[in-house]
Design a protein around this ligand. Structure first.
Ligand code: ASP
Length: 273
């Protein structure tokens, strides 16, 4: 019996949020499969790591110096590691990434995926969970669609060998091993594939809002919360532009009717949708 939990970038933006995430995970022994986004914007953080990595790639491509940009990425992870005393040499991974980029050995997708990769490495060490690499579990065909059969089989196999794991969201690999990304916000979709393959009884999606509201809270003051919504209504809302979840999130969940709960990692007690 397990739940799949996905934490978005705003839920992992800094050490304080890592701590909150740890408390949430440790509050329920069924939270055994954890999918993460790259650290995003937060109280003291202006940038999403993913955006900075896209920028680094473009700078390097046009031979514009990118050291200071890359250092901003590096500092985010080093600060989290230091403030939480995480015993994992993340600096080595970061150095390898930078060296490979300078040597022209990184595709854009690979570089950008490192935001999630580094985040999962740190969180798994912090929680004492295993780390599983999404490149070995989420398989894309060359047409960019997910190979559901292979993905399902490999996720199931991997989880027969570990009890609890953290996995980077947002990417997988092509049959030749190259990294392939979902579209932006795609960690939501990664987590759905895990929920489906592992027969999770619940997929908890932790973000920075306590679920869906009847109107955009940035435009309408205190809109009412929607406690329950059908898959079809949710899909319509997402395609219509509600920015809470990636529009494709529910596709892998529908057949097995796996319930999805959208929760706020800052206020999990509020409940969600
Ligand atoms: N980090 C990626 C993005 O910013 C993917 C995700 O957060 O789901 O789009």
């Amino acid at each position: 019996m397990l739940k799949v939990c996905k934490f978005g970038g705003s839920s992992l933006s800094d050490a304080k949020h890592f701590k909150q995430v740890k408390a949430i995970i440790e509050a329920d022994k069924d939270r055994k499969c954890v999918i993460v986004s790259a650290p995003g914007k937060g109280e003291g953080e202006r940038d999403k790591i993913t955006d900075l990595l896209y920028l680094c790639f473009q700078h390097n491509k046009y031979h514009v110096e990118f050291d200071s940009l890359f250092e901003r990425v590096e500092q985010r992870y080093l600060t989290i590691k230091k403030e939480l005393n995480i015993d994992y040499p993340i600096e080595n991974d970061i150095k390898d990434i930078k060296d490979a980029l300078k040597a022209g050995e990184m595709t854009e997708a690979k570089l950008v995926s490192r935001g999630e990769y580094l985040c999962a490495k740190l969180l798994s060490a912090y929680l004492g969970y295993s780390f599983l690499d999404a490149k070995d579990l989420i398989h894309f065909k060359f047409d960019g669609k997910v190979d559901e059969k292979k993905t399902n089989e490999d996720i199931t196999k991997a989880f027969s060998k570990v009890e609890k794991a953290v996995i980077p969201g947002f990417y997988g690999s092509y049959p030749n091993g190259d990294i392939c990304l979902f579209s932006r916000g795609g960690s939501d979709v990664s987590a759905s594939y895990f929920a489906e393959a592992l027969d999770a009884y619940l997929y908890e999606n932790f973000t920075d809002v306590s679920g869906f509201y009847m109107a955009d809270p940035r435009i309408i003051e205190n809109p009412l919360k929607i406690n329950e919504i059908s898959y079809d209504e949710l899909r319509e809302l997402s395609y219509a532009g509600a920015q809470v979840l990636h529009a494709e999130t529910i596709i892998p969940l529908m057949e097995k009717r796996i319930p999805l709960e959208v929760l706020n990692s800052n206020h999990p007690e509020e409940g969600g949708t």
